[in-house]
Write a protein that binds this ligand. Structure first.
Ligand SMILES: C[S@@+](CC[C@H](N)C(=O)[O-])C[C@H]1O[C@@H](n2cnc3c(N)ncnc32)[C@H](O)[C@@H]1O
Length: 283
């Protein structure tokens, strides 16, 4: 993790209740792409590390005998349990409150491990080594994130774009100019370059897939506000007693940007890297 920053358990504090509503979904073809790429036989087990409210584990549950989601945030685990119930898959889903650095030893072996926009929060060398040891021979590690290199114009869609830049200004007015994360700050953001880390841990590959996004979405002010509170950099706890004032200012900005209270967005494309447990020299 970035030098000078230390993980603490407030990182996503209060964000879970806003997560499903606020975050844009992964591209709709994600499960199909992984089904074709991984060819699971339906009998395997999947572990989703940094699972949040179960976003990816639940999207993939039909491809596995059991899915195990791990996350240190109690709110996220509660949301994941609720979502699994609603999806009718609670019987094959297990949720574990733990940091990836302290994965319980009794979780067993897995065919697939998923990290969806979570690996950058971890002690990556340690976690990569531990998870590699938890994969069965022939197993895969799947790294999932929104594709960062595309522009998602809303030209031609019925509502204005979400005023992200102006919203960032409001956040900075309350939280200061440097990106916040838990009890600390992250001036340089979270680290990239996971390919180096995963190669160093002995994984082979990767195979890259881009699952196409671009589908039009209509978002309400409530959705957009939830999106802000779902982020570690503007999680509810960071505003303390000024949270209501912040929300009022944010909503005033949104009303000015869209008097009808509707915004257009597009689903991001999803970038997937699939790594093999077994390096080229392994038996
Ligand atoms: C951006 S969210 C992604 C959630 C989910 N995977 C998704 O794609 O929607 C990042 C998640 O990583 C979790 N996380 C942060 N640090 C972690 C750690 N050291 N070990 C395990 N999970 C962690 C957070 O609690 C949060 O739920």
């Amino acid at each position: 993790m970035a030098s000078g920053w230390e993980w603490d358990d407030t990182l996503f504090s209060g964000a879970a209740a806003h997560y499903r509503r606020g975050r844009l979904p992964y591209a709709p073809g994600l499960a199909d792409v992984l089904d074709r790429a991984l060819r699971p036989d339906g009998q395997g087990r999947l572990i989703d590390v940094g699972c949040g409210p179960g976003t990816v584990a639940l999207r993939l549950a039909h491809l596995f005998r059991e899915v195990v989601g791990v996350d240190p945030d109690g709110g996220m685990i509660t949301e994941a349990e609720r979502a699994a119930d609603l999806a009718g898959v609670a019987g094959k889903a297990r949720w574990v409150r733990a940091r990836a650095e302290e994965l319980p030893a009794d979780l067993g072996k897995f065919a697939v491990a998923v990290f969806a926009q979570s690996f950058h929060w971890m002690d990556r060398d340690l976690v990569a080594a531990t998870v590699r040891g938890m994969l069965l021979p022939g197993g895969s590690l799947v790294h999932i994130s929104d594709l960062k290199t595309e522009t998602r114009s809303v030209d031609g869609l019925p509502h204005p774009a979400v005023p992200h830049a102006a919203m960032g200004d409001v956040v900075r007015r309350y939280l200061g100019p440097v990106r916040r994360a838990g009890r600390g700050v992250l001036p340089q953001g979270t680290p990239g370059g996971e390919a180096v880390v995963l190669s160093r841990a002995g994984f082979s590959g990767p195979r890259r897939h881009v699952v196409p996004g671009g589908q039009a979405l209509e978002r309400t002010c409530d959705d957009v506000v939830a999106g802000v509170f779902s982020l570690s950099s503007s999680a509810p706890h960071l505003f303390g007693s000024r949270r209501e004032d912040f929300e009022a200012d944010l909503r005033a900005l949104l009303r000015a940007a869209s008097p009808l209270g509707r915004f257009s967005e597009r689903v991001p494309s999803t970038e997937v890297f699939i790594w093999g447990k077994d390096g080229p020299t392994d038996p």
